[in-house]
Design a protein around this ligand. Structure first.
Ligand SMILES: Nc1nc2c(ncn2[C@@H]2O[C@H](COP(=O)(O)OP(=O)(O)OP(=O)(O)O)[C@@H](O)[C@H]2O)c(=O)[nH]1
Ligand SMILES: [Mg+2]
Length: 299
């Protein structure tokens, strides 16, 4: 009988180090949204890499937040730390710029972690002044990792080598999910993420962090003999004053958001899309238990 391997490969680390970029590189697909702003990812997202003899479940997670200021951020941290509980392999991602003092919560979690754990030093393509040798030594003094990989998730340097090592350590198991699934997440989830990605890219300061997107209707219809996705989304802001900012002068900002998000959704589903965006105000939703549950931040 042929051997089949399957297991959870959980990606953890601080915000903005390239966890989602790594997830997408390993999957060869856009699963998680990526932006230059920290705290882009807010949930755990599974990407399923399927071959005849294996199924890797990659788990992307929010970056760990030092001092959570809202219920939403506490939930994000819970999602992140839960990645240690169900992992078969942990990929701890840092980049060539990060420094740890050694007393951080995540360092303790890594020390306590009993499954194989790999140190992933990302963004090697930006290493102009050869920091990597020094960094690797520092890490070796701090934690005993099973393997170290110096990679560029963006340029896909050493990612194939990482995949081969994961396959070696992956436990023998039947698949956990149907073999033709790509993710545990729904079409609605990916749609809301693509809209949020554009909010992160187009708006400044606190605005993206105050927004949440909910898809209220997602339906395929036929328009002029062609399939078209009809999508209605609510964008929640947590202060009244943020609504006019989201709309912009004469509606220019929201119009741009609508166009960019629609194009992103069309590229993802490879279908034409009609997108309707509706702004809603829910004061202080980031600390509102009911709203957090509605938005999927319950643990
Ligand atoms: N030059 C370079 N940039 C990278 C690399 N990997 C990621 N980035 C950039 O780093 C930024 C953050 O990447 P993400 O993948 O969103 O980081 P993340 O760790 O998922 O961040 P959070 O979701 O906020 O926790 C983006 O601007 C990426 O384009 C890399 O290998 N090289
Ligand atoms: Mg991310």
């Amino acid at each position: 009988m042929n051997i089949h391997k399957s297991g959870f490969v959980n990606i953890v680390g601080n915000p903005n180090v390239g966890k989602s970029t790594l997830m997408n590189a390993m999957m060869g697909e856009k699963m998680s949204i990526i932006t230059s702003k920290p705290q882009t990812t807010r949930h755990r997202i599974f990407g399923l890499l399927n071959e005849d003899d294996y199924q890797i479940i990659f788990s992307d997670s929010p970056g760990i937040i030092d001092t959570p200021q809202y219920g939403m951020q506490s939930s994000m941290n819970k999602f992140a730390f839960s990645s240690f509980e169900d992992a078969d392999i942990v990929l701890f991602v840092t980049d060539i710029f990060e420094h740890y003092a050694g007393d951080e919560k995540i360092i303790q979690a890594l020390k306590d972690c009993t499954v194989p754990k790999y140190l992933i030093i990302n963004k090697s393509d930006l290493d102009k002044d050869n920091r990597i040798t020094d960094l690797t030594m520092r890490w070796q003094n701090l934690i005993e990792f099973d393997k170290t990989f110096i990679i560029s998730a963006e340029k896909q340097i050493n990612t194939e080598m990482l995949l081969q090592q994961i396959l070696e350590n992956l436990p023998e198991n039947p698949p956990y999910y149907p073999k033709d699934d790509l993710s545990d997440r729904s079409e609605r989830f990916f749609t809301s993420e693509i809209i949020r990605e554009q909010i992160l890219k187009l708006y400044k300061q606190e605005i993206p962090y105050s927004c949440e997107v909910v898809i209220t209707r997602f339906k395929e219809e036929e328009k002029n003999g062609e399939p078209m996705l009809m999508i209605y989304a609510d964008i929640y802001v947590d202060r009244k004053s943020q609504k006019p900012i989201l709309i912009g002068k004469g509606g220019t900002a929201i119009k741009k958001l609508g166009i960019e998000a629609r194009q992103g959704i069309e590229a993802f589903f490879m279908k034409r899309v009609y997108l309707d965006l509706n702004i809603k105000i829910k004061e202080n939703w980031r600390n509102d238990e009911l709203m957090l549950r509605y938005f999927g931040y319950d643990n």
